[in-house]
Design a protein around this ligand. Structure first.
Ligand SMILES: [Fe+2]
Length: 223
């Protein structure tokens, strides 16, 4: 499951790392809608009921996937735990644990999907990119919106719109958000941003409980 070191063989790094009926129902519905709806925005919209059902259900997320990770590559004890990974890199479900008072780096995701709150409360700041993206090391960002989210609330990701953000935990317990995204998010090379300086840095966050493949991904790879 989500204990460090338990899934570090390839046999246990893909598929249902946490195998519960609730997770299977969401993944199966996602795969079904992939074959029936070609448009990403329409597919994400159609996924809302299944995603809401998972967020509303209790008992399916092991405690080991809901705790901070002191060895986090994202820093601040932020834990990222794979729950499901398609072996071809086309889909993943993971939990993200942000300790009390901590914030993620400003980052992107590079895939469509849904993100929602399972425990605690988060403040999300979304950035809009003002430059044309032609300089891989620099981005001009401005804050586009801020929102606060609690249990059961979720939002779609449809890059490039609203794909750059950071979240902070504002509850007095760690927040746990659930991410369903159409890549192998923690293993693709994506980006972290410093809005004050404009610096853009390649970034691969990694899962706490599963290895990334050898460097088959290149910077900027899409999932
Ligand atoms: Fe994010």
């Amino acid at each position: 499951m989500c204990d460090l070191g338990h899934a570090h063989s390839r046999d246990h790094a893909y598929g249902f790392l946490v195998d519960t009926p609730e997770i299977r129902a969401l993944i199966e519905e996602t795969q079904r809608l992939r074959t029936t709806i070609a448009d990403d925005a329409s597919r994400v919209e159609a996924l809302r009921p299944a995603f809401a059902t998972l967020l509303a259900a209790d008992g399916w997320l092991p405690d080991s996937c809901a705790r901070p990770d002191d060895s986090s590559k994202m820093g601040s004890g932020i834990g990222q735990y794979a729950l499901y990974r398609a072996e071809d890199g086309s889909l993943c479900l993971f939990s993200l644990v942000v300790p009390v008072g901590a914030s993620t780096p400003v980052h992107d995701h590079l895939a469509w999907g849904l993100v929602g709150i399972y425990r605690g409360r988060q403040d999300e700041t979304v950035y809009q990119r003002l430059d044309d993206g032609s300089d891989p090391a620099h981005a001009r960002l401005e804050v586009a919106k801020r929102q606060q989210l609690g249990r059961g609330e979720f939002y779609p990701l449809l890059p490039p719109a609203d794909d750059i953000h950071y979240v902070s935990t504002i509850s007095d317990t760690a927040s746990v958000s659930i991410h369903l995204l159409a890549n192998d998010t923690a293993c693709v090379w994506r980006h972290r941003f410093e809005p004050a300086t404009g610096a853009v840095t390649p970034f691969r966050s990694g899962y706490a409980n599963a290895p990334c493949p050898p460097e088959r991904d290149s910077v900027g790879a899409r999932g």
